[in-house]
Design a protein around this ligand. Sequence first.
Ligand code: UDP
Ligand code: MG
Length: 322
Amino acid sequence: MVVLQQAVKAMSGLKEGVDLSVVIPLYNEALTLATLHERLIRTLRSLGSSYEILYVDDGSTDGTAGLLRQLQGQHQEAKVIFLNRNYGQHAAVLAGFERARGEVIVTLDGDLQNPPEEIPKLLQKIREGYDVVGGWREERKDSLLRRLLSAQMSRITSLIVGVKMRDYGCMLRAYRRPVVEQISKSQEAALFIPALANYLARSVAEISVGHEMRESGKSRYNAFRLLRLNFDLLTGFSLLPIQAVSFSGILIAFFGLAFAAFLALRRILIGPEVEGVFTLFAILFFFVGIQILALGLIGEYIARIYMQVRRRPRYVIKEVLG
Ligand code: UDP
Ligand code: MG
């Protein structure tokens, strides 16, 4: 009887949807998972509205998958999506988005760097009528280098997307359902969810949220992965980089011409110069560097076209629980 009641409840829930979905990507977060879940449900229960939690296991190799199974068995409101391997944070969030039933969808990191206790603040702002509410890590607990680069990247992203935000890297965010549906529908190969959401949303707000140290393990992003993510962002959202390269090409060619004219004049007036030979080398190296960068950029765009043409799925779901 109880089982039947539960089944009926689950089915009606499926039809009606819920007020809030929380999507959390996890890649080897076994050490924080239990605390995260406990803090999360404490916060969500205090809201007094219906909710679901979607954990997306992004091909973890520690004990995350096993722990998620256990947790799901005990808590009906938790659902788990297992990806068949590691696809990256944004692809994992997307997998959660496509299954989320909430009117509002909140994302946060699974390493407890984003305190779940901040969720009510985001929802408060959503209720004011915004489509997307981003968190801004005012006192961010990451290395200085990372903070500086990230701030710079947020500035560039603001320019590209056309929506100014201090912190594009913060994944503690809330979205209204239509925005999430649009994101799910878009067939972009380049995935940087905050940028895409701001691009699609009518109104966007940003509020300051807390940030904590990573208690266990290191960031799942190394320098290379971060670079790749930012490349995704730059070339995926605008033609600006390639246009900047073309523009600088024109400028440099112009300078080269002026320099040649100067050398010719000098040869006539003073005689040929030999001492400056190494200066010329230096200048040459600079130009060669820019050329290689330009080639790389062109390659990047072509690679993206290739990815799009192949139409490979952005992730593959292995199993869904709950
Ligand atoms: N993550 C993921 N797949 C990845 C890398 C990260 O699902 O390939 C998750 C990770 O488990 C965490 C969140 O994305 O919940 C943010 O990752 P991390 O804390 O390593 O990034 P940082 O805080 O350094 O930006
Ligand atoms: Mg983190």
